[in-house]
Design a protein around this ligand. Structure first.
Ligand SMILES: [Fe+2]
Length: 375
């Protein structure tokens, strides 16, 4: 029986924001949610894409796992599988909770003890390790870049999780940074330190011309095998929206063995399973080929990237981004098949942040534009 009344309100947005997604829910008992409450939560998630629930600092890793899994009960393993190859660019970013392997501890700084882990050293990914032209060391305290716009996903063998949950356990307070685009424009956005930034794939699709809509609705993208190893020597654009083409991707021979049947090819447009709306969802960093409707396959990487960049750049206009201002106890759930997100910011050594992230490889591939919504 539902004992609390679930209420919702729009998220607090920065001045000048023009976003149309995100909701804060109150009155939800996350740890022991009945089916009625979950139905409301799921609907809220797919109608708003990002759901914030405050004051969840006491949520156990088990509770976070069970909540996240409820969105996809047939899902099982963590989104990147059981172990991450040392050569992967993700290797240093993730620490698994021993008693709940679908939940990762992420963050920054030295932590003596947390959930059975002792003396762990967390490292907030810094764009200097990935961007071709990072912010200089002198400007590093005040300025930053979007690290990498992405969909949570292995993009090889496993399908992208339906929903990701993030819990802020410990958050350094007070500081803000200016995120510079450095993409040939003087665009900047003022963000809270260590924000997670989101944009809506539905809004992006809406903004495309009719011709562009037809192209993305009828084309598919093929992702590289072992994409995080494939890209490990390549460098990102300064606004985090894809790779600078310099031919640095690993060749098939340099990659670990892979099976063609495990390579992922997805529609460029994914359907919302509740509203039926279409989102342009392409993870530009991992793309290797485009398959056109007529069967033609485009494999000129620099050209493909330019084409995708022209389509996606409009989505990261500052007015269309929601940069979440993390407070301790914030639980954020997002529709990983409908929004893309980026890590942002650079912490100082003494600034300790502890987050928990949970997602699981989905039990089904993303819904394409022609798939029917099942009841
Ligand atoms: Fe992510």
């Amino acid at each position: 029986m539902t004992t609390l009344t679930i209420c919702s309100k729009p998220l607090t947005q920065p001045m000048g924001s023009n976003i149309d997604f995100g909701v804060e829910l109150t009155g939800i008992n996350v740890e022991s949610m009945d089916d009625d409450d979950f139905t409301i939560l799921r609907k809220a998630l797919y109608e708003n894409q990002v759901v914030v629930i405050k004051n969840q600092g006491d949520l156990s890793p088990r509770g976070q796992y069970e909540l996240t899994r409820r969105f996809d009960p047939a899902a099982g393993v963590y989104s990147h599988g059981k172990s991450i190859d040392k050569r992967s660019v993700l290797h240093a970013d993730l620490t698994t909770i021993p008693h709940q392997p679908q939940v990762q501890v992420i963050g920054h700084g030295s932590v003596k003890e947390y959930e059975g882990l002792t003396n762990i050293q967390l490292r907030h990914p810094h764009h200097k390790t990935f961007h071709k032209e990072p912010i200089s060391a002198e400007e590093n305290d005040d300025f930053t870049h979007f690290y990498r716009w992405h969909i949570d996903s292995a993009m090889y063998n496993l399908d992208p999780p339906l929903v990701t949950s993030l819990l802020a356990v410990q958050v350094p307070k007070g500081r803000r940074q200016i995120c510079r685009y450095d993409d040939g424009t003087d665009t900047t956005i003022d963000v809270p330190l260590g924000t997670t930034a989101f944009f809506s794939g539905y809004r992006l699709y809406e903004m495309l011309s009719e011709e562009e809509k037809l192209f993305v609705r009828t084309s598919k993208v093929e992702y590289a095998p072992h994409p995080y190893i494939w890209m490990s020597k390549a460098k990102s654009r300064s606004n985090g929206l894809g790779i600078v083409s310099e031919g640095l991707e690993l060749s098939d021979e340099e990659l670990p063995p892979f099976e063609s049947s495990k390579i992922k090819t997805y529609p460029m447009v994914w359907k919302n399973p509740v509203t039926g709306k279409l989102a342009m969802m392409v993870y530009p960093t991992c793309v290797r080929k485009i398959h056109l409707e007529n069967g033609e396959v485009l494999d000129n990487l620099p050209e493909i990237r330019e084409r995708l960049y022209k389509l996606q750049r409009r989505a990261i206009d500052p007015t269309l981004i929601y940069p979440h201002d993390w407070q301790e106890g914030d639980l954020v759930l997002f529709n990983n098949h409908g929004v893309m997100h980026s890590i942002v910011g650079s912490f100082k050594d003494h600034e300790v942040r502890i987050f928990r992230q949970c997602n699981m490889a989905a039990s089904r591939p993303p819904m394409g534009p022609d798939d029917q919504i099942s009841a």
